[in-house]
Design a protein around this ligand. Structure first.
Ligand code: HEM
Length: 323
């Protein structure tokens, strides 16, 4: 009896170990993996600075749906509408071609070794570093999922949501409100389509067409960048920078929140409870504290519901499930 319990415990523990990701996972099977990915990110970044925020966001969106399993990268094949064509993704995604380029090279270098999910996790880290954020070692060994459904992108938080709603979306993935606030600092880089926040400018509520929590001058500037067309809509392709320094990974995002100069309700809502306000204030004036908390939260986020061991597969083309 005692032996059976010990055996069950050993089996349980070995499964636990198998479920863990490892720093340096490819040291044996594909030693060049990390440097190839870094090189592809750098090459693409020098042509288009937008790929860094694009890849960071793509990793987040991948992790929020079925875990960090590369399911965001799969193309739709009728009748299946894949995640990348879900409402929060579509035309707002960018940078995914960098994953394809890295994958092509990795397949030549060490066929079938490196997962698409890991490529995206490394590329997200490299994107933070290349824009001025802190470096961290990425635990790896994720495997690729074989399912990608647009309908499941409902798990990705939306820009019009309030503090309770976004906190709940992160809690569903085992991330705390503190971690959510640290991760939201990613909005220090990149851009937004006007349509992601135009409700705050033109049809906020029956009482206020413009969101009263928006700084008036900032709102006027956004209206100029995102005008209504003659049909009363905002052009779906118009974009604005997230802030004054959209290429620099720094804590100005939190000062922008305090000044009511952020584009999304989901950003501004971070000051609506005493606890969340105090964290925003800390990060606004303590760059190092935020950078450290951001990295810790990223390491946790990028391990959401990962597939490891023999689960899933290593896709040979990140856009297509293996036959
Ligand atoms: C708190 C909940 C969040 C909401 C509601 C949210 C929503 C959005 C929206 C609506 C956009 C603009 C997309 C567009 O219109 O082009 C955006 C951009 C972005 N988000 Fe988030 N986001 C959240 C959290 C995060 C997290 C946790 C990360 C990464 C760790 C992240 C990284 C980014 C980046 C880098 C961009 C810029 C993308 C680009 O320039 O292409 N976001 N987010």
């Amino acid at each position: 009896m005692a032996l059976a319990i010990i055996l069950a415990l050993v089996l349980y523990l070995s499964c636990q170990i198998e479920a863990q990701l490892l720093v340096g996972f490819y040291n044996g099977s594909c030693p060049m993996a990390e440097s190839i990915i870094r090189e592809e990110v750098r090459k693409a970044f020098f042509k288009d600075k937008g790929i860094a925020p694009g890849l960071l966001r793509a990793h987040f969106h991948d992790c929020m749906v079925r875990g960090c399993d590369g399911s965001l990268l799969i193309d739709s094949v009728p009748p299946n509408k894949a995640e990348k064509d879900g409402a929060p993704n579509g035309i707002t995604l960018r940078g995914l071609e960098v994953v394809d380029c890295a994958k092509d090279r990795l397949e030549k270098e060490c066929k079938g070794a490196v997962s698409c999910a890991d490529i995206l996790a490394y590329a997200a880290r490299d994107s933070v570093v290349i824009t001025g954020g802190r470096y961290w070692d990425v635990p790896a060994g994720r495997r690729d999922g074989r399912i990608s459904r647009a309908a499941e992108t409902i798990d990705i938080p939306a820009p019009f949501q309030n503090l309770d709603e976004i906190t709940a979306a992160f809690a569903k993935k085992n991330l705390s409100q503190d971690e959510m606030i640290a991760l939201s600092g990613a909005h220090t880089i990149g851009r937004s389509h006007c349509t992601s926040f135009s409700n705050r400018l033109y049809n906020f509520s029956p009482a206020n067409s413009q969101d009263p929590s928006l700084d008036r001058l900032f709102a006027a500037q956004l209206k100029q960048q995102c005008p209504l067309n003659p049909r009363g809509n905002v052009d779906p392709y118009l974009v604005v920078s997230m802030n004054m320094s959209p290429g620099h990974f720094e804590n100005s995002y939190y000062r922008d929140i305090l000044a009511h100069r952020v584009v999304f309700t989901s950003d501004q809502t971070l000051v609506t409870s005493p606890e969340s306000l105090s964290e925003v204030e800390d990060y606004a004036f303590n760059e190092q504290e935020w950078q450290n908390d951001f990295v810790d939260a990223m390491i946790k986020m990028s391990q959401i519901e990962v597939l490891t061991g023999t689960a899933g597969e290593i896709r040979s083309n990140c856009r297509v499930i293996n036959p």
